[in-house]
Design a protein around this ligand. Structure first.
Ligand SMILES: [Fe+2]
Length: 286
């Protein structure tokens, strides 16, 4: 797999069946002149929103790189639930009992076959950095890893042994420099980041001006969230996520660590961080 080192890479996660957000991301990539070969989706193309099949077809036709999320793994198998691992009876568990059967009922056999063929991870070199892309955790696709969970980030990044990890699943963007890697969660475009705004998030990885390292920027994306919420309500599986798309606050905070919970409703800021090669790389065992 080859990426052009002289051009940016656009990374986004979780389209979540949100066609309006996916179309907006597509238009933003065109505005930035970023080719599909330089775009990565970190998985969960299908989830809460109203257009699972249309969103999947949009992503497929776009021709970008996609790693499988837990939703793709489950839908490809025709499994009975989303595989998020929500605690039995929790709000997330109850909400998933509404959107997952709807998504499964809408998705085509061709899209299920496409999902079954998606890789679990990507590995490539960019601007001298060893880059690893995954959905949740290294061995557990549905592992929620948030920016405040430093011990888990150290454990995972040590095992992955790359300079840069690009991840998804958890839904709130962050950049954390760990001992063995810089961990970037690009955020998701399908629902807001629980920061009280309807905007969604993506990341731009690009060569720095000095050409000595790369940099990553976490970026907001505004889109037609009013239409997205209205279509969700019409779709027959209206649930707390339609309200979330309007308010920017998640319908449940079950999965959030205390630090992220305390940030609920507080507007996230866009930021840019330098990324350098990790000096403490563990040698590969032959
Ligand atoms: Fe996921």
């Amino acid at each position: 797999m080859n990426f052009d080192n002289t051009k940016p890479i656009l990374v986004f996660g979780g389209p979540y069946s949100n066609l309006q957000a996916t179309q907006a991301m597509h238009h933003e990539a065109q505005r930035l002149c970023i080719a599909p070969s330089q775009i990565i989706c970190t998985g969960d193309v299908v989830a809460y929103a109203a257009n699972p099949e249309e969103t999947t077809q949009n992503i497929r036709d776009w021709g970008i790189h996609v790693v499988a999320g837990n939703c793709e793994e489950q839908l490809a198998e025709g499994a009975k639930d989303c595989g998020c691992g929500f605690e039995e009876g929790s709000v997330c568990d109850l909400l998933s009992r509404a959107w997952y059967p709807f998504a499964l009922s809408q998705i085509s056999t061709a899209s299920q076959a496409w999902m079954a063929d998606l890789p679990k991870s990507l590995r490539f070199t960019y601007c001298g950095l060893d880059v690893h892309v995954l959905h949740g955790g290294r061995e557990q696709t549905n592992r929620f890893i948030f920016g405040s969970e430093h011990a888990i980030l150290e454990e995972e990044s040590s095992a992955i042994n790359a300079d840069l990890v690009l991840a998804g699943h958890a839904g709130i963007p962050f950049v954390n420099r760990m001992k063995r890697a810089t961990w970037v969660n690009a955020g998701v475009i399908g629902i807001p980041a629980n920061d009280g705004t309807p905007d969604v998030w993506y990341a731009l990885l690009e060569p720095a001006e000095d050409q000595q390292h790369a940099q990553v920027s976490l970026k907001r994306l505004s889109y037609d969230h009013v239409t997205a919420a209205a279509i969700m309500r019409k779709s027959g599986h209206a649930n707390g996520y339609a309200r979330s798309i309007l308010t920017g606050i998640w319908p449940s905070h079950d999965v959030l660590p205390q630090a992220e919970l305390d940030q609920t409703g507080k507007k996230l800021r866009q930021r840019t961080a330098k990324i350098t090669a990790t000096m403490k790389r563990v040698p590969e065992v032959a």
